[in-house]
Design a protein around this ligand. Structure first.
Ligand code: BG6
Length: 491
């Protein structure tokens, strides 16, 4: 009997099928979803890219991707062979309307009933999204049951994002467009909604009445690896904050959505993005920090600095921190600190909520602030630090205690990777975990003045040693509003 979460039959057509994302994420995600019974047996995966590869060559790349990127516990030789049988590779230069292989793609898709679900996944540079859409249209490949998945980044600023959105929407309507932000596919990010709205004790204190500040951090130990040519034109603000971290912020700050429907959730998020207090150009130097990593030591190994890796001068930041305010009654003057770093001391994505001391004079000398840490990765879960009586002392004193919860499936399986959920939600036509056009544009509008001031080099580019928590200036920056970064908080 098919698994109740199994999707309807589909054809997944992926452009950019020889790229890193395909190998690292998309192929393992589809395999895992087949493994757990969510992919129907007659589903097909059609990879497309410019390289003129024979079918067997492509299959051997896909097989290596599974060997390299699947957790050992998920590898099953028979299942891998069954999975690879679903693949076809069609070499197409998708920007050229006269590429002869468009007709091969059409013949292949037309082998199935016309109402079969087609998902076109653009894992390519965003400048190509419009022309691929146009070519799909010209070759009569877009059916009513087609959807398109757009990988980030959607543009590099408001104008380019609008141009991409306009370009794709000439051929697909908004309901057919699924803009990926893989942070929304992370189960622990979705859990923010459950923690906030399914628990009255948390829901009751979730406002400026009780919360002192919220820190949202995504730090990585990796540098720019093989992606320098992309990264150096992007930087930390565009790469992580405009999308992933502002999405996390909007889940933390939003008002209760009217329902769990996709549009109710997205309405609540976009309201937060629109309520972000603008950072005018003359405030960028006090409300933001940017920095590049220099050489340092990570896990005991010497690693080079960003400029050494690049081999050239650069004004691209690998660290960014911003103090944001959400101008809604709920968040009156509560700072949201958002930061991200490459080559940080450890890999961690988390939300840290620090509560106010409260007005009771009974325990004026509490040992520290009460705090909730939502760990997005690794070790998904939360830690709630509270005060309790120290049972060994007289007179009455307090000590700290921490409630810990490990976020894991009840059946002991691993938490699915974000792409597993997102790829199949696109098949299901369920858009809650994808970004709506107005969200993308509101997020760009908010970061734009900062991008401009940084591009004009009006804010110093600080440095930090690889393997540290960031530049020293970031400590002064947060201390200026009476707060401390989580790793510096004293318990
Ligand atoms: C991507 C960025 O969107 O997210 C990368 O382009 C970054 O630079 C990655 O490394 C981080 O994702 P995760 O899931 O490892 O936190």
């Amino acid at each position: 009997m098919p698994n109740s979460q199994q999707t309807a039959p589909f054809d997944y057509v992926i452009f950019g099928a020889t790229g890193d994302l395909m190998m690292r994420k998309l192929i393992p995600a589809l395999y895992n979803q087949l493994r757990v019974g969510h992919v129907p047996e007659n589903a097909r995966i059609i990879g497309s890219a410019r390289s003129d590869l024979a079918h067997d060559e492509y299959i051997s790349r896909a097989r290596s991707a599974l060997e390299n990127f699947l957790p050992t516990a998920h590898r099953d030789a028979n299942l891998i062979e069954r999975f690879l049988k679903k693949f076809q590779y069609i070499a197409i230069d998708s920007t050229k309307s006269d590429d002869k292989n468009w007709s091969v793609l059409k013949e292949t898709l037309d082998q199935m009933p016309a109402d079969r679900i087609r998902v076109f996944y653009f894992s390519t540079a965003p400048q190509l999204f419009e022309s691929i859409s146009e070519n799909l249209h010209t070759h009569n490949l877009i059916t009513e049951n087609s959807r398109v998945v757009l990988e980030k980044p959607i543009g590099t600023d408001s104008a380019s994002a609008r141009a991409i959105n306009d370009g794709v929407s000439r051929f697909f309507n908004e309901k057919q467009i699924f803009r990926i932000d893989h942070y929304l596919g992370k189960e622990a990010v979705q859990d923010i909604l459950a923690l906030r709205f399914a628990n009255p004790p948390l829901n009751a204190v979730w406002s400026s009445d009780y919360i002192k500040n919220i820190q949202i951090t995504a730090a990585e130990t990796v540098g720019v690896e093989g992606r320098a040519s992309y990264y150096d034109t992007s930087g930390a603000l565009r790469d992580m904050i405009q999308n992933h971290l502002l999405q996390v912020l909007s889940l933390c700050a939003m008002e209760p959505p009217e329902s769990m429907d996709a549009d109710a959730i997205r309405d609540a998020k976009v309201n937060v993005l629109k309520a972000l207090r603008p950072i005018p150009e003359n405030k960028v130097s006090t409300e933001t920090i940017r920095a590049q990593y220099g050489k340092g030591i990570l896990d005991g190994n010497k690693v080079p600095g960003y400029l050494e890796e690049l081999g050239t001068e650069s004004h691209t930041e690998t660290y960014a921190a911003i103090r944001a305010y959400v101008d809604t009654p709920r968040w009156k003057d509560v700072p949201f600190y958002i930061r991200t770093a490459k080559r940080s001391a450890r890999k961690v994505s988390e939300v840290v909520v620090t509560f106010k001391k409260g007005t009771s004079q009974l325990f004026a000398d509490k040992p520290g602030a009460d705090r909730l840490v939502i760990r997005i990765q690794p070790n998904e879960g939360f830690e709630f630090t509270l005060n309790e009586k120290n049972p060994s002392t007289a007179p009455f004193t307090l000590q700290r205690t921490t409630l810990q919860s490990r976020f894991a499936p009840a059946d002991g399986s691993l938490i699915p990777d974000s792409y597993e959920r997102l790829m199949l939600d696109a098949v299901r036509g369920y858009p809650a975990l994808f970004i709506r056009r107005d969200e993308v544009e509101a997020a760009w509008a908010w970061v734009e003045p900062t991008l401009k001031v940084w591009a004009d080099n009006k804010v110093p580019m600080e440095t930090y040693p690889a393997g540290s928590h960031g530049p020293e200036e970031a400590r002064h920056f947060i201390n200026a509003t009476g707060d401390q970064w989580h790793e510096n908080m004293k318990d």
